[in-house]
Design a protein around this ligand. Structure first.
Ligand code: FAD
Length: 400
């Protein structure tokens, strides 16, 4: 079997296949974790962002509930996998806080907390005082805590996943951009500019990756979602600073959201919307510095030790997509800014799919033909206009 893309999705699928004794090759255009997986915020957050009722409405009772149950356990699955393979990635289970700084956000958070608590999730609603104590910041008015969440060093985690897959028997080739995918008898030939893999089944797990001269099929996948940049900065805390006790991961309810956490070296890692391109210099991180000053004024002028960005693939309804691209060949897009837990856990069902289990029996969205979003050529403008509109709506609700 051949997997294209060495992020959480591709490597977890390869790991599960290799553990079952299947011969599997992973082809990666850059290095392991070169896409979103290596650049991520490291927040392990359970499930999809949709309300239970939305998933049931989108997929019906049977699959809707299967996806909900799968999402409810995906953070456990991720931390279990890390422990089972001894992956050294600063895994920490300090919970996930979703916090709000507007009345509308607090009400929305309470609605979410109730919806998940009704399904048995370990959730606590936080008062304003509890929120302030949990963050060490007065910037938010309320929120809720999901005890299933936690954090990892995202690059160490994806590299460890790669090592586990290789140890289990997978072959992983980096600097191997796939250029073509062609039918070959009952199987497929997946070709880079220097080599070819003959295989029976293929999974494209290329997410938001665009490469010049890439396989037209991958380019077509790129047209099925938007790609937005998210930037992060890391600030070493001064000795004695006690913000974020217990080191939970935090994101807020804004439409253009802010997310932050402490890493294992006690750096405040804070992220949010980037520009419409890769960051070039320190001035590109003005928004992240502003977030830091708003949330933690005492750190407003603190030295930044690291700054970076990554591209997030976003489908218009923020639901995953599974595309059937030919007999025995599939492509999966499942980023939407929240892929550590979900994409890791999806490795097992994707391995099942590649081994012939019908998709209808798995916790996977139904496979369709790749469907580019309308006016896909205007994707950059969609993103710019969408961001402005969402920020305006946040401001209208009182977000500073
Ligand atoms: C800045 C940022 C912060 C984030 N924060 C969080 C967070 O805190 N928590 C969370 O859960 N999620 C977060 N995410 C989202 C999460 O990182 C993604 O959902 C996840 O990494 C997607 O995994 P993937 O394996 O599907 O795709 P990717 O990791 O993007 O992997 C796709 C791979 O395919 C390769 N590829 C593309 N084209 C080709 C080709 N033609 N040939 C060969 N290889 C190819 C790419 O190089 C890439 O390595 C964040 C993302 C970003 C960018």
């Amino acid at each position: 079997m051949c997997i294209v893309g060495a992020g959480y999705t591709g490597l977890s699928t390869a790991l599960h296949l290799a553990e079952r004794g299947v011969a599997v090759v992973v082809l990666e255009a850059g290095a392991i974790g070169a896409g979103g997986s290596g650049a991520s915020g490291g927040q392990v957050i359970p499930g999809l962002r949709h309300f239970p009722t939305e998933l049931v409405r989108a997929y019906g009772e049977d699959l809707g509930h299967r996806l909900l149950a799968f999402g409810a356990g995906d953070a456990d699955t991720t931390f279990d996998l890390i422990a089972r393979h001894g992956i050294d990635c600063a895994a920490h289970r300090g919970g996930w806080l979703q916090v709000a700084d507007t009345d509308a956000g607090v009400a929305e958070g309470e609605r979410r907390a109730r919806a998940w608590a009704e399904r048995g999730a370990p959730i606590d609603v936080l008062t304003r005082d509890q929120t302030v104590a949990a963050l060490g910041s007065t910037a938010y008015r309320g929120g809720w805590r999901d005890r299933r969440g936690g954090s990892v060093n995202p690059l160490a985690y994806v590299r460890g996943l790669g090592r586990a897959a290789i140890t289990a028997g997978a072959q992983v080739f980096t600097n191997s951009a796939v250029r073509t995918l062609t039918r070959d008898g009952a199987g497929w030939v997946v070709a880079t500019s220097t080599g070819r893999v003959r295989c029976q089944r293929v999974l494209l797990a290329t997410n938001a990756g665009t490469l010049p001269g890439v396989a037209p099929l991958v380019e077509r996948l790129n047209q099925c979602q938007l790609a937005v940049w998210s930037y992060q900065i890391a600030t070493p805390l001064p000795p004695g600073d006690t913000i974020l006790p217990g080191a939970p991961v935090v994101s807020d309810t804004r439409r253009v959201l802010r997310y932050f956490r402490l890493d294992a070296a006690r750096r405040l890692v804070i992220g949010g919307k980037g520009l419409g391109r890769a960051p070039k210099d320190v001035s590109d991180f003005a928004l992240q510095r502003h977030m830091r000053a708003t949330l933690y004024p005492s750190l407003a002028e603190a030295e930044i030790s690291h700054a970076w960005g990554g591209r997030i693939g976003i489908t218009l309804d923020r639901l995953p997509r599974l595309f059937a691209v030919g007999e025995g060949a599939w492509a999966i897009l499942q980023d939407n800014g929240k892929g550590i837990a979900w994409n890791t856990a999806s490795g097992a069902p994707l391995a099942d799919l590649l081994q012939g289990v019908p998709a209808e029996r798995l916790p996977l969205v139904p496979a369709t033909a790749p469907a580019p979003i309308p006016f896909a050529w205007a994707r950059r403008w969609y993103v710019a206009a969408g961001n402005s509109w969402l920020r305006l709506r946040d401001r209208m609700e009182g977000a500073r």
